[in-house]
Ligand binder design. Structure first.
Ligand SMILES: Cc1ncc(COP(=O)(O)O)c(C=O)c1O
Ligand SMILES: [Zn+2]
Length: 371
């Protein structure tokens, strides 16, 4: 008997956890983890001096870690002054493979290892693939990583150095997902999709738990770049868990930022496949995010806003952050700051409010023209 079960986010059907169940067998809805006993201390992860986080592993000894998390939170003084708000950045590129994905991967690979699985398939825009490759090699699991051939070469090289098998796909991010799904079927392998696996979001919750230790008072707003929404949803789950335990009362607004070229969530319309589906923000170039309805619900429940940003504004903010704050991030991460500027201009975020922005990935992984 596990201390948790899978629950469908749409029809609320329950399932006994296993590695092959990634969607509801009745309605195809996405799945989340529901704990039977939230206070079971043996199955919890320490997240700071007093906080522990429920996790879907029998004990800490099953947790496969590379020291992810515990990333610094820094004040962004100059851009705070420019926008008239108080901005804090949590530097997620300081995770072991250079992005926030390590939080989700650590939990997902731990669960997969515990199930005795020795070979997995994943698709990614680069960061999740690199992260999965690293944790899989640590766990002794063979990994096939599918990534678009347009992925920046530093990310592709990173995937390869960890000794996983890289499959590049000449197509969009969504076509890469379809190629991985085909490969899973043809070879009867386990699909360790970070976008569908309920374990991945359980891992990204650590971001939210750390936030309780890092920031006092708590931020009024959190602005997140969203492709599939794994960080966005993990932050929200950590907030609801803390609220249900009575630890916090004020709920921050969660704002979702997407690129104007690929904005199935922010545009709130069914995704038209004939639309442009490339953006410099490759990490959020997801035309059909399976957890779209979950993200929309969180925006509504938290009182947040979703917005889209132009290619020019993403590039402008990448340089601005490096020039003014000494923070060199990925274009995907810069999109959140471009979105923040929009939200201030539209008065969705008021003067003097406190804002936390995850800097989700490292500029060092970007393939830059050298001029
Ligand atoms: C640097 C970076 N930021 C943000 C995201 C978006 O994460 P998610 O798809 O879980 O919303 C990604 C995803 O690849 C990423 O690589
Ligand atoms: Zn269902």
């Amino acid at each position: 008997m596990t201390q948790y079960e899978f629950i469908c986010n749409e029809c609320f059907q329950h399932y006994e956890p296993d590695s092959k169940t990634l969607r509801c067998r009745t309605c195809r809805g996405t799945l989340s983890i529901k704990y039977k006993n939230m206070e079971d201390k043996s199955a919890s992860l320490p997240c700071g001096p007093e906080l522990t986080m429920p996790m879907p592993l029998p004990s800490i000894s099953h947790y496969i870690s590379l020291g992810e998390g515990k990333t610094p939170t820094v004040r962004m003084q100059k851009i705070s002054d420019q926008l008239g708000i108080e901005i804090f950045a949590k530097l997620e590129f300081m995770n072991p493979t250079g992005s926030f994905k390590d939080r989700g991967t650590a939990m997902m690979i731990s669960a997969i290892k515990l199930m005795g699985i020795s070979e997995i398939v994943e698709d990614s825009s680069g960061n999740a693939g690199a992260s999965l490759a690293a944790y899989a090699s640590r766990a002794g699991i063979k990994a096939h990583i599918f990534a678009p051939s347009s992925t920046p070469s530093p990310k592709l090289n990173q995937i390869k150095i960890y000794d996983s098998i890289l499959h590049t796909v000449d197509g969009t991010r969504d076509e890469t997902t379809r190629a991985a799904e085909e490969f899973v079927k043809e070879n009867s392998l386990v699909y360790a999709s970070h976008n569908l696996s309920p374990y991945f979001v359980e891992g990204t919750k650590t971001f939210g738990y750390e936030m309780f230790n890092d920031l006092e008072p708590f931020p009024d707003n959190i602005v997140v770049p969203v492709g599939n929404g794994s960080l966005f949803l993990g932050i929200w789950k950590s907030i609801t868990e803390q609220k249900n335990r009575g630890v916090i009362k004020n709920i921050p607004k969660l704002h979702c930022i997407q690129a104007l070229n690929v904005n199935p969530i922010a545009s709130q319309t069914p995704w038209d496949k004939s639309r442009i589906s490339t953006t410099v923000a490759g990490g959020i170039a997801v035309g059909s995010p399976p957890r779209k309805l979950e993200v929309l619900k969180v925006i509504k429940d938290s009182g947040g806003y979703s917005d889209s940003v132009t290619e020019e504004s993403i590039m402008k903010w990448q340089i601005k952050l490096a020039k003014h704050e000494g923070v060199f991030c990925e274009l995907t991460s810069a999109a959140a700051f471009a979105g923040l500027e929009n939200l201030v201009r539209k008065k969705e975020i008021g003067k003097g409010e406190r804002v936390l922005v995850p800097v989700t990935g490292s500029g060092l992984k970007e393939a830059f023209p050298t001029n």
